[in-house]
Every structure is written in C-alpha cells, then in structure tokens.
Design a protein around this ligand. Structure first.
Ligand code: FAD
Ligand code: NAD
Length: 467
C-alpha cells in the first residue's frame, strides 16, 4: 500500500495549492479527485468558465453598443454561441492540463476516484469503474468544496430549472432567464445572458442585491444593471417553480404578500452554496458537521480528529477560490512546522459584472455596528480623465478611514477594472497605511488608480484635486 505524509482529498484551489505547497516543503504527497479532471468547482464550473463567458459576452456587448461612439461600424454583427461555449471549454481544459502538469512537476501522485475514510490514516479511492485501492496517510487534508444549495420546495431538473453548473453549458441563449437570487452568481451569470440578448429577471428575497457588499456598491450596481436592462424584483419571496414543456413558471410573493408570477424558458437557482462532504465516510472517523454542514476546525484547520484537517468551501468563511488557496498554503506550512498567518479581514471580494465591484475590509454598516468613528472619501469615475477616454463613467471608489488615526479600514470600488484595482487597497491595509499615505503616492496618469488616490485625498482632508 502506498504511504504518504500528506493526502489531499479534492483538487480545487484549496486542495491543489495545499498539495503543491506541501510538496515544495519536501513532503511526499498524494491528491485524490473524484472527477477525471483536476481543478474543482473553480476551474470546471465556477470562476474560470464564468469569466470566459463574461469576457466573450462583454466583447459582443461592446461591439453592439459602444463601438459606434468610438467610430467603429459593426454592420452585420452577430455571434456564434456554440463557438463561445467551445472557447470557454478550451479555456477550462487549458487550466485542467496546467494543474495536471503542476502535479507532475511537483511529484504529487494523483488518484482519480472518490476518496473515503477507512480509518483516519487510511483512505479508500474508488474510481468510476468501481475499482478500489487504499492508500495510507500521516495527515489528511479535506478540501472537498461545496455544491449549489436549493430551496426545499423547488425541483431542480437541470434542464429548465438549473444551477450555475448547467447555466455554463447551455446550448442556446435563453429568451427569458428568471434568476432566483441576486447574489454574486445571479448578477454575473445574469450579465452574461443579458449581454447576449436574453431578458433577465432577478428575483431577490432581500431589499438589495449582492448583500455581502457595502450598501453604496449594492445600490449603485443595482442602478447600473437596471440601466443595462436587467430587471429586478426585490423583497420578493419565491414560492415555487413548475416546468411545462419549454416553459418555467416561477411563483413568488412580493413584500406586501401579493402573488407574483413569472414565465421564462429557464430558471437559474442561485441562492448560495453548501459544503460538500458526501461519500467521505466521515462517520468512520467520528467527524461531525456543524449546523451549516461545514466541517468544524480550529485556528490551525485541524478537525476534532487529530491529523485530519479541512480547508476551503467545506469550512467556515467566505466561499472564494483565493481564500481556499491561502488556507491550502498556510496549512501546508503549519504541517511543516512554520508559523504562517492569514488576515481574513483582507480577503477581497469581487463581482465580475461590468462595471466590476470589489471590496476589502470593513463595510460602512460594519463600522457603524461596531461603533468605530470613521471618515469616508468617495470619488466618482466620471471625474477621471482615463474613465472619460474609455467611456467607463459609472461607479466610484469609496475609502473608509479611521476618524482618529486616518488608517484605511475599508475600500469599496464599483468601476472599470475594480477587480484588479482592489489590490491597492489590500496592500495599503496590509501595511496599515493611512489615507494620507496613499494620497501622497504618485499614481500614473491617466489610470483608473487615480480614483483611489482621489478617494484617499477626500477621506483624509476632503480635498480631492480633480473634482
Ligand atoms: P472546490 O473547488 O469545490 O473543489 C473541491 C473538489 O473536491 C472538487 O473537484 C470535487 O469533485 C472534489 N471532491 C469532493 N468530494 C470528493 C471525494 N470524496 N473524493 C475526491 N474528490 C472529491 N470564487 C472566486 O474567488 N472568484 C470567482 O470568480 C468565483 N466564481 C465562481 C463562479 C461560480 C459559477 C461558482 C459556482 C463559484 C465561483 N467561485 C469563485 C467560488 C469558488 O469556485 C470556490 O470558492 C472554490 O472553488 C472553492 O475551492 P475548494 O478547493 O474549497 O473546493
Ligand atoms: P450568494 O450568497 O452570493 O447569493 C445568494 C442570494 O440569494 C442572496 O442575495 C440571498 O439573499 C438570495 N436568496 C436566498 N434565498 C432566496 C430566496 N428564497 N428567494 C430569492 N432570493 C434568495 O450565493 P451565490 O450567488 O449562489 O454564490 C455562491 C457562492 O459562490 C458565494 O459564496 C460566492 O462567494 C461564490 N461565488 C463567488 C464569485 C466571485 O468571487 N466573483 C462568483 C460566483 C460565486
């Protein structure tokens, strides 16, 4: 029987990074993946395919709606949806192959099959043909991720009532896509199909969209997406969805209790994700889940069973690929005897709409709840030369800083390339910069980054230069 110092179950961003970092630190490592491709949710049915379709649909949208103002004619413009989806599949495959290469390069043994505990040091791997083998492990890292959650009264048939997984592999553009849930998946996949010509209606239970983000971002993103044509029914509770032929009827109640009915050809259920532990046979090692089906861990990712660890979507915290990656690297270093650290307050969140939304640190509501005295500096992109040049005028940068010390406590951006801009906020906050520190740094002109400097100038002394 093969013996390893570390066996990782699950090859998503948490698992494969934990495996690579463990191997880099000199350990003998194996990784187990139940599908025949590596990369997990993120690579196969999450971050990567959704961004590939977001990029393709954005090119089409720009060609159809913004090229003209740049003097570019697009007579006879059309798109080939199959080619778009094929390209997306190619992007996914390149990432699958890249991860498989990294496993080889780092001398990590890869087992394809369902991993399940026999004992805490013995894992059975059963492949798709039903063949079973066992491997031994000194330490086991569970990185089995999450799956879409469902509403108890809804039947997801995966054909007309679908999850994000099916929404990434449709063979036609929906005529009317009804989306349940105005969270990150709702606005991202809603944007893909809106840009390709679908009517998109988002039904959201709360009175706002992207509820995890700062209130100002949530409001402005709602306004911008409405302007683009996305329809929203807020404070509306879905009560059912029935399929008849190619038609889905979604029933709901608005905040006054009045019945609402929507008819579409597809209904995407995007109401969150739930940790995935099926098939692990956790009973064999006496490991129990918490009330949210997560694997409970201590600050060092160790479960209640010594030598068995868990990271990523299957444990507490934000369900984000980069959070899972940080945990994978940190855990490998802990096992190797190092003393690494993650500042969870500095894990940024992004919605890849256009304009993009990105946040790090405290929201204004959180500072109010904690009773922290703060200052807020906001700078709109429409006052920026770079944004005028590209025509991306929507959005703003908002910097929240301590009233007392001027330390930056939160950065919230809605605007062109916010997903990349946010890292300036992360670096500033990691080094505990004040808003004045950033406002005194030279930012290249003309760039979108100048909005960050201007927001810092506004936060620190209310003296923006370009407004
Ligand atoms: P996963 O990526 O879920 O990987 C777990 C792996 O474990 C899977 O491959 C699974 O098959 C395998 N597995 C499970 N059980 C077993 C078993 N018993 N034996 C063997 N293998 C097993 N996050 C971002 O940060 N940015 C984004 O842009 C983004 N976009 C997303 C878009 C969509 C549509 C979705 C659904 C998610 C998105 N996410 C994004 C979230 C991100 O995908 C997850 O947070 C991330 O994949 C979690 O990583 P993980 O390693 O914990 O688990
Ligand atoms: P989410 O938690 O972001 O949003 C779910 C939304 O559904 C919420 O707004 C919630 O109020 C709403 N909702 C819940 N029950 C409802 C009901 N009965 N009727 C109407 N609305 C209801 O979850 P998601 O969008 O499904 O995404 C799942 C996870 O995947 C998230 O944790 C997210 O972090 C991750 N993800 C991240 C990215 C990214 O980083 N860009 C992209 C996609 C997904």
């Amino acid at each position: 029987m093969s013996k390893y110092q570390v066996v990782v179950i699950g090859s998503g961003p948490g698992g494969y990074i934990a495996a690579i970092r463990s191997a880099q630190l000199g350990m003998k490592v194996a990784i187990i993946e139940k599908y025949d491709v590596l990369g997990g949710t993120c690579t196969n049915v999450g971050c990567i395919p959704s961004k590939a379709l977001l990029d393709s649909s954005e090119h089409y949208h720009n060609a159809a709606h913004t090229f003209e103002e740049h003097g570019i004619a697009t007579t006879g413009l059309k798109f080939d949806f199959k080619k778009m989806v094929d390209r997306k599949n190619g992007v996914v495959k390149a990432n699958n192959d890249g991860i498989a290469f990294l496993m080889k390069k780092n001398k990590i043994d890869t087992y394809y099959g369902l991993g399940s505990f026999v004992t805490k040091n013995k894992i059975a791997v059963t492949n798709s043909k039903g063949e079973k083998q066992e491997i031994e492990a000194e330490k086991v890292i569970i990185a089995t991720g999450s799956k879409p959650t469902n509403l108890p009264f809804l039947k997801v048939d995966k054909k007309r009532v679908i999850t994000s997984t099916e929404a990434l592999t449709l063979t036609e553009v929906p005529k009317h896509l009804v989306i349940i849930g105005g969270g990150i998946i709702g606005v991202e996949l809603g944007s893909v199909y809106l840009r390709l010509g679908s009517k998109v209606t988002v039904v959201e239970f709360l009175d706002k969209i992207v509820p995890s983000m700062d209130e100002d971002i949530s409001k402005e993103l709602l306004r911008v997406l409405r302007k683009q044509g996305m329809e929203f029914m807020l404070s509306t509770k879905v009560t059912g969805a029935t399929v008849k032929g190619k038609e889905v009827t979604v029933t709901a109640e608005d905040k006054k209790g009045a019945a609402v009915e929507l008819k579409g050809d597809y209904c995407l259920v995007a109401v969150g994700r739930v940790p995935y532990t099926e098939g692990l046979n956790l009973e064999a090692i006496g490991l129990q889940l918490d009330e949210k089906k997560r694997i409970p861990i201590n600050d060092h990712f160790e479960t209640s069973v010594a030598g068995v660890y868990a990271i990523g979507d299957v444990v507490r915290g934000a369900m984000l690929a980069h959070k899972a990656e940080e945990e994978g690297a940190m855990l490998a270093e802990l096992i190797a005897g190092q003393k690494p650290h993650i500042n969870y307050n500095l894990i940024p969140g992004v919605a890849y709409t256009w304009p993009e939304a990105a946040s790090v640190g405290a929201t204004e509501a959180e500072l109010i709840t904690k009773g922290v005295a703060y200052k807020s500096g906001k700078f709109p992109f429409r006052a920026l030369g770079r944004a005028r040049a590209s025509g991306d005028l929507d959005g703003f940068v908002k910097v929240l800083a301590s009233q007392e010390t001027d330390e930056i406590l939160g950065v919230h951006i809605l605007g062109a390339r916010a997903a990349d801009l946010i890292i300036e906020g992360v670096v500033a906050m990691e080094y505990r910069a004040s808003a004045e520190d950033v406002s005194r740094m030279s930012h290249p002109h003309p760039t979108y980054t100048e909005a960050f400097k201007e927001a810092c100038l506004t936060a620190t002394e209310n003296r923006p230069l370009n407004m």
